[in-house]
Design a protein around this ligand. Sequence first.
Ligand code: F6P
Length: 328
Amino acid sequence: MKKKVTKIGVLTSGGDAPGMNAAIRAVVRTGNYYGLEVFGIVRGYQGMIDNDMYKMENRSVANIIQRGGTILKTARCKEFFEPEGRKKAYENLKKLGINGLVVIGGDGSFRGAQKFSSEFDIPCIGLPGTIDKDMAGTDFTIGFDTAVNTAVEAIDKIRDTADAHDRLFIIEVMGRDSGYIALHSGVATGAENILIPEHKTDIEELISSLQEKEKRKKLVNLLVVAEGDDFGGGNEVAKLVKQKLPNADIKVCILGHIQRGGAPSCLDRLIASRLGYAAVETLIQGDKVNTMIGIVNNQLHYTPLDQAVKETQTIDPEWLKIVKILAS
Ligand code: F6P
């Protein structure tokens, strides 16, 4: 028989993402609405191990929907990947009577949740919170839209100065092993080329397209490179291009962590609010637990955690053709 959930814990784990606060707020307020006690767990799984958890009321999450980062803080916790760490975490949850868990994070965080929920009688719900959008089973991840918009704003500014100096700019964006931030920001800023780990880049072809552009005096070129691309990021791509085009005026800009901060976009606040609410509803209903809740075709979509940690998003190669055509 399913146990009734009465006290839930919520944590954020892995890299922070704009909108995590909105998700925490939704979990806390939905939980309180249904008469559950909600505990905020500080620094992700580390807080479970260190017993760093506190009761959250509706007021605890006032004025955070618009804030980037995470009020619960976050961490990547190696200890939780050891059986002793998870046992310690479980005992601490038990002491507080917590019998349901909401984990907001990326695939690494879900690996932890998947292990934990398979070993102990505490149902978990994963909410995809990562700027990388590297997870299958959801059209969106909390934070991706904001990160892409931040990248777009930055790349637009780079284009102004690139244009003034006739420069080739190589802009590296985040995404770990995923090319989604590069693809979306690159398409939206009219980049000449986008280098992503999902598709092999033919460097010779890239060079000849730049040479061809040089011939017709198109000297302003933006290459958006995903940090996880085959060549090892923006600096490495710059070295390769410089070898082949020694006269090109090349600058590299690594956007880095500015992509992770800032106020969440409207879309990220909406997704986070909807998913936070759904996480609590699902824990209460009890039949779809140990899943990641995503949104597919505007409907809630439940992916078992063990599946969620295995699958990644793919990128339709047609996008790269679109980039080439539109940048010509
Ligand atoms: O997973 C989110 C992310 O921002 C990746 O895009 C990036 O590779 C990584 O985290 C950076 O992590 P850290 O902040 O620990 O350097």
